[in-house]
Design a protein. Structure first.
Length: 92
């Protein structure tokens, strides 16, 4: 299966984060939101790991958009993304 992931150029700067809802993903960009039938596992394989980081079972973020973070959450502008317990050692 091949999916077109909305990005801004080759760097993916337009993609803020993705949220998994079973076999669907909500893909949030700087100006739109998309819903696609795809698993998070499949999307992780498509995006560059140096830029996109899984921070929760249901969330993956674009590091370029982090405005602040704490032990339990990451802020991407006005969006607050939780950090999962099992992902915390890799982030904090």
């Amino acid at each position: 299966m091949r999916a077109a992931v909305p990005t801004s150029g080759d760097t993916g700067l337009g993609l803020l984060y993705t949220q998994s809802l079973k076999d669907y993903l909500i893909i949030k960009t700087t100006d739109k939101q998309y819903i696609t039938h795809m698993t998070m596992k499949a999307l992780v394989q498509l995006l560059p790991s140096h830029q996109f980081h899984r921070v929760h079972r249901s969330f993956m973020i674009n590091r370029a958009h982090i405005t602040s973070f704490s032990k339990t959450e990451i802020k991407l502008g006005k969006h607050i993304i939780p950090i999962g317990d099992s992902y915390r050692p890799d982030i904090v």
